[in-house]
Design a protein around this ligand. Structure first.
Ligand SMILES: Nc1ncnc2c1ncn2[C@@H]1O[C@H](COP(=O)(O)OP(=O)(O)OP(=O)(O)O)[C@@H](O)[C@H]1O
Length: 724
């Protein structure tokens, strides 16, 4: 819906600004849209790509292979840089440095006389090597910094102009992309209106719609918040870079749902994956030593207005804290994380505080008396006192019950949220497992060729569509084939037969927080783990799927009992899941299969130890159920969260490669609560599949074209907003 709104708003803009240019879907690159455009190669660590980077999409007759262009930011294999290597390199260049919170501090190389206040005004992220110079606001990747230092050494200079990073010649297509994007941002921004320039009655109407009646016009003006009338959206600016130029915007719309609840929808220019705005940063001075980190722009406004403290908002809510922003937060000695009022925000604040260095972080625990900042303002609560009452993020490894007490209360209070993210496509699984939770290890198995990959693909996609940042390790089938399965499950139809809908679905699919390891075939467990750790750091991954464990058994251990190796690997993933608060789903081929018998937990593991490590054990049974003709069923044989286990039927829909509960009639959901078994009649409704109906002509079969060519051939698609 927001995409179509965005298209509409762009369409409105054309009427407003009189500019008509073909709306062309461009693959937003990994560039940091900073003015310091350089040979930016986002240090995409080692072997991780996202849905775009992997360069695979369904096209007219097959898959568009990835065109690795010279500007590609997706360079692999890059081994993750380590802080030790960064320090060694700086020493080799005689560059003094000292350890900061999440960055190393060095003297700026872009100014002849570094600012007096703090000669170590350049920050280098310890994990990615990404740098930021606070004097010039020049930024770039580790490779860019190395290039600058090499040039500096070659020219025998003590400093270098940041313009060198601009030397990177952009391709014509990139220049056009950048120009189009710039026009769109400028167009919307210049046609938006400051609240001070609106009539009072209209201001009140808008503020009531967004439930920000307590936010003053002065605060809105101070943060540069405007109103884009054509879509009645608030517009938050992203200003930055050496020239403090407008780099992007975020459009926020509000809708009233049941009662007086308001739901917000956002859209950003550039796209979310390239939107790195710390809203409110421009109002922070270099002398500020503390900041309140919030999860939403409106919360940032509330904190600033109520407490006068420097506050900023994360660009994508609590879903991630992009490491590229860490250098911007390096100057603060104290960071208070008040990310929201629910369990998800609380979990995120604990994870983000690790990235920010826990010793300087304190967390506002959500609760009845500590809702999110905007709500606290509306309820006339004392925000300063709430912030003063925040608790230190770093606590001793052995916590007293006193510290746990609040967490226990939080769990009791928010049982639904603690249960985890619910599946939208598998209600029966919610009934048994209650949800998908961070920090757990799920083991999944099923007979060979039974549909394990297909099923887990849909299960993980369901969660990813709800904002669970997901990393796939598909060692068995290549990413191209996996993406094709996922895109089909995402569109709920065979796109080969509906090619005119391809761009609609591919555009939406790109937006998912979905990443793929590029490994294939046998892999060393250590390499895989390093990549997983890096992915958690870079993209705040919450769910990792490993398909499948056998590919990490290695050939060299033939002499060792392979079940001992398997148990070891399971133990390694168990530890990873706990330490990184990341859910790991591990697909394992059963040890042995007897056609005439259902698989058991014992069919999977080499030893009882391994089965104890798993929090959940799921088995895709390929047997008929007594009560219905379904060929497949999903059995939960272990559920550490609340002990419920059970089995329910699945029907496979070949056209969409999806599993769903059989569409008609009643089915037994056999839940085994504890020892006794009780039957529960469950009336299951067909999950209404929302299909995007694309307009425009039928595409010719067999011609491989790009989106641009298709759009030009079929102008109707130009501003087409697809109605759901
Ligand atoms: N329930 C099902 N009924 C019929 N065909 C299915 C079903 N599930 C998956 N398939 C098809 O079976 C083939 C194998 O599916 P998939 O690769 O997911 O199985 P798998 O268990 O992962 O295989 P392997 O054991 O080799 O890893 C695919 O073409 C898939 O579309």
């Amino acid at each position: 819906m927001w995409r179509s709104l965005l298209l509409e708003s762009t369409a409105c803009l054309r009427q407003v600004a009189g500019t008509t240019f073909p709306y062309q879907r461009h693959f937003s690159s990994f560039y940091l849209r900073s003015p310091v455009q350089s040979f930016h190669r986002l240090a995409n660590s080692s072997y991780i790509l996202n849905a775009q980077g992997a360069g695979f999409f369904l096209t007219h007759n097959g898959l568009r292979t990835y065109k690795k262009d010279t500007n590609s930011n997706v360079e692999f294999p890059l081994t993750p840089i380590t802080v030790t290597e960064i320090k060694q390199y700086l020493r080799s260049k005689d560059i003094p440095f000292h350890d900061g919170y999440s960055c190393l501090h060095i003297p700026s190389i872009f100014t002849e006389s570094p600012s007096q206040s703090n000669s170590f005004s350049m920050f280098i992220d310890k994990t990615t090597g990404q740098f930021l110079c606070k004097d010039t606001l020049a930024e770039g990747s580790w490779e860019d910094l190395q290039d600058c230092l090499e040039v500096m050494q070659k020219e025998g200079k003590g400093f270098i102009s940041p313009n060198i990073l601009m030397r990177y010649a952009e391709s014509v297509e990139e220049q056009e992309d950048r120009k189009r994007e710039f026009n769109e941002v400028q167009g919307i921004w210049s046609s938006s209106v400051l609240f001070a320039d609106l009539p009072d009655d209209e201001v009140q109407l808008i503020k009531t719609m967004f439930q920000i009646t307590k936010i003053s016009n002065a605060t809105l003006k101070r943060f540069g918040v405007k109103l884009f009338k054509p879509t009645k959206s608030l517009v938050f600016p992203w200003v930055g870079g050496p020239d403090s130029s407008l780099k992007g915007i975020k459009l926020l719309s509000a809708q009233r749902t049941d009662g007086d609840k308001v739901t917000y929808n956002e859209a950003t220019f550039p796209k979310f994956s390239s939107y790195y705005c710390l809203f409110g940063l421009t109002l922070i001075s270099r002398m500020d030593s503390e900041v309140v980190l919030t999860g939403h722009e409106l919360d940032c406004l509330a904190v600033s207005q109520a407490t006068g403290l420097p506050s900023v908002a994360l660009p994508r809510g609590v879903s991630c804290l992009p490491p590229i922003l860490l250098p911007y937060l390096e100057q603060f000695k104290r960071v208070t994380l008040w990310l929201g009022g629910d369990i998800r925000s609380w979990e995120a604040s604990k994870i983000f505080s690790r990235k920010l260095a826990m010793k300087r972080c304190s967390l506002v625990r959500p609760g009845e008396y500590q809702p999110q900042p905007l709500e606290a303002l509306v309820q006339n609560k004392n925000l300063s006192r709430i912030i003063k009452g925040s608790i230190p993020a770093s606590h001793k490894s052995i916590v007293s019950f006193k510290q746990l007490r609040e967490d226990v209360y939080g769990e009791l209070l928010n049982t639904d949220q603690v249960a985890g993210v619910k599946w939208t496509r598998f209600p029966e699984l919610n009934r048994i497992l209650k949800g998908h939770r961070k920090g757990e290890l799920t083991v999944f198995t099923g007979p060979t060729g039974s549909g394990k990959t297909t099923f887990i693909s849909e299960l993980a996609l369901d969660l990813c569509m709800q904002g669970v940042n997901t990393l796939w390790g598909s060692f068995e089938i290549n990413n191209v084939r996996l993406a094709k399965i996922m895109l089909t499950q995402f569109a709920m139809e065979r796109l080969e037969d509906n090619l005119e809908k391809y761009d609609f679905w591919a555009d939406k699919f790109e937006q998912l927080p979905l990443y793929f390891m590029t490994f294939h075939g046998q892999q060393n467990i250590k390499t895989v783990l390093d990549t997983m750790e890096h992915a958690v750091y870079l993209y705040d991954i919450n769910h990792i799927i490993i398909d499948n464990l056998q590919f990490m058994m290695g050939q060299e251990n033939l002499s060792i009992d392979k079940f001992a190796v398997q148990d070891h690997i399971i133990g390694v993933f168990r530890k990873f899941a706990t330490n990184s608060s990341c859910h790991v789903t591990l697909i394992i081929h059963p040890r042995k299969e007897e056609d005439d018998r259902e698989l058991q937990t014992a069919s999977i593991f080499g030893s009882a130890k391994a089965s104890q490590e798993a929090d959940n054990v799921l088995i895709l049974q390929e047997k008929k159920l007594v009560t219905c003709p379904g060929r497949r069923s999903l059995q939960v044989t272990k559920n550490r969260f609340d002990g419920d286990v059970g089995i329910f039927p699945l029907d496979f829909i070949k056209a969409s490669l999806t599993f769903s509960t059989p569409s008609k009639g009643k089915h037994k959901l056999r839940k085994v609560a504890g020892k006794s078994e009780n039957e529960e009649e469950v009336q299951l409704n067909t999950a209404a599949s929302s299909k995007g109906e694309a307009k425009g002509g039928k595409a010719e079969k067999g011609t491989k074209t790009t989106k641009t060519q298709r759009t030009q051939k079929n102008p109707a698609n130009k501003n087409e907003t697809i109605q759901k």
